[in-house]
Ligand binder design. Structure first.
Ligand code: FAD
Length: 457
């Protein structure tokens, strides 16, 4: 048995955990980081990074397919999945190596193995007892499935879908949220016949309704089939394929079924309940300063109910380290966390949707400008349809920005600054946007809301 005493023990080395560890060490704390698999967690190994690599490959396939339209001779002869895999894995490996090096350079010791919280100040990893003045719980999330729907064979979660060693001829995607539509986008660009099944009444149901409508139009145009407002009943598989039966008896058959119905908190057997941490359906409950009910024990990232995004996890980790150090950091509100759906087209949003803004302020207290990307030169060059909807409080700040179109994810930086700084359109309007960029579309929307549209009405 070994006993190690440090200032901070972090349980889980994903986005939330490793950022807490890095910031804490920067602030002079001694840190022990416990990881059962690989530091970097879901985002680096089976989430954000691999999916975006696949989407880049998908974009290139689309560009090659459409090359003649732009005067370029090219022929798409197929997708070499082995080459895609080595490209994807190469990025992950280099980032993984970089992160391991950084943790080491900061003097953070990583303990390999499954950690269990055994008291308010101790985590057990194998024979080692780590004692910390504070403990951060950061054990992350896993892909959920539905009752009676067993993962295996042709029935995949995003984790198996990312590493599939062939391009399926056809795929059913159960769940039209962010992970489902991203992988649907990749497969469609690679030539797969894709059908999405969504239980709610629209794709990307967490986005503004007008954005969902445009997204559905774009997916229909790309030949992606979808059914909304329908519930899954059962699935069977054999050597030939997988068949999904929906409530009402409609069936779909395909090579593979991707189950993308959300992610649950990975907290089973971690000892949290035994120590008395207040939980709800596996999630760890915290106050707004990410403190659990046990003094000195914090929780960050996907195990804290709310948006499951890597940048939320990073910010949680930084926040907690600074809070422990007594720096009184600013509370992180889920509402104004920027969100991007990386598909073709992309969706990027921050703040209140139109419906929520109307609920909160009343119909007459908000003003909206919905700028059509048809008026934006760069978007025409890219041949993308879409829009940028900006919502302001009358005589007040911008409270929501909702964008759809190719590459609009890159515009979220400016959008989130404006919403989080509670800027008024009149504050933004005098600032220039370079021509021709898609940023100009944001500029046009602010000019319009400030009462002086340049090109629009
Ligand atoms: C397919 C997919 C695509 C995504 N794309 C994006 C994206 O583009 N942008 C974005 O912002 N977010 C994206 N996400 C979400 C993002 O990956 C998560 O929000 C983020 O990884 C959460 O970080 P975390 O630290 O809370 O958890 P995780 O990254 O899950 O890390 C938790 C870590 O804890 C370890 N662990 C768990 N239990 C124990 C234990 N008992 N002992 C030791 N170690 C333990 C795990 O092995 C893991 O490494 C995506 C997710 C998926 C699945």
């Amino acid at each position: 048995m070994t006993d190690v005493a440090v200032d901070l023990v972090v349980l889980g080395g994903g986005s939330g955990g490793y950022s807490a560890a890095l910031r804490a060490s920067q602030l002079g704390m001694s840190v022990a980081l416990v990881e059962k698999d690989k530091v970097g967690g879901t985002c680096l190994h089976v989430g954000c990074i691999p999916t975006k690599a696949l989407l880049h490959s998908a974009e290139i396939a689309d560009n090659v397919r459409d090359a003649a339209k732009f005067g370029v001779g090219a022929l798409l002869t197929g997708i070499d999945v082995a080459a895609v895999s080595s490209y994807r894995q190469g990025i992950i490996d280099s980032k993984f190596k970089g992160l391991q090096g950084l943790l080491k350079a900061r003097g953070i010791t990583t303990y390999d193995g499954f950690g269990t919280l055994t008291s308010a100040t101790t985590v057990q990893v194998g024979d080692t007892t780590l004692t910390g003045k504070n403990v951060v719980l950061a054990t992350g999330s896993y892909a959920k499935t539905l009752p009676g729907l067993d993962i295996g064979g042709r029935i995949l979660t995003s984790e198996q879908a990312i590493t599939l060693d062939y391009v399926p001829t056809s795929a059913i995607v159960l769940g039209g949220g962010v992970i489902g539509v991203e992988l649907a986008s990749v497969w469609r660009s690679w030539g797969t016949e894709v059908t999405i099944i969504e239980g709610l009444d629209r794709l990307v149901p967490n986005e503004d309704e007008s954005v969902s409508k445009q997204f559905e139009r774009a997916y229909r145009k790309r030949g992606i089939e979808f059914s909304t407002g329908v519930r899954f009943e059962s699935a069977t598989q054999d050597a030939k394929g997988v068949t999904v039966t929906l409530e009402g008896g409609v069936t779909h058959t395909a090579d593979v079924l991707l189950v993308a119905v959300g992610r649950g908190a990975m907290t089973a057997n971690c000892g949290f309940e035994d120590v008395g941490v207040t939980m709800d359906r596996g999630y760890v409950l915290t106050d707004e300063r990410l403190r659990t009910n046990i003094p000195g024990v914090y929780a960050v990232g996907d195990i804290v109910p709310g948006l499951q995004l890597a940048h939320r996890g990073y910010q949680h980790g930084i926040f907690v380290a600074e809070d422990i150090a007594g720096l009184n950091p600013t509370v992180i509100s889920d509402l104004n966390i920027p969100k991007v759906t990386y598909s073709e087209p992309e969706i990027a949003s921050v703040g209140l949707s139109e419906t929520k803004a109307k609920e909160q302020y009343g119909d007459s207290a908000i003003a909206i400008y919905d700028y059509n990307l048809a008026g934006n030169g760069k978007s025409s060059i890219l041949e993308t349809a879409g829009s940028i909807k900006v919502i302001r409080v009358v005589d007040g700040p911008v409270v929501g920005i909702h964008m759809i179109g190719s590459r609009v994810g890159e515009l979220i930086g400016e959008a989130q600054m404006i919403v989080n700084w509670e800027a008024h359109p009149e504050d933004v309007a005098p600032h220039l946007h370079a021509h021709p960029t898609q940023n100009e579309a944001l500029g046009e929307a602010f000019l319009a809301l400030a009462g002086k549209p340049l090109h629009g009405m």
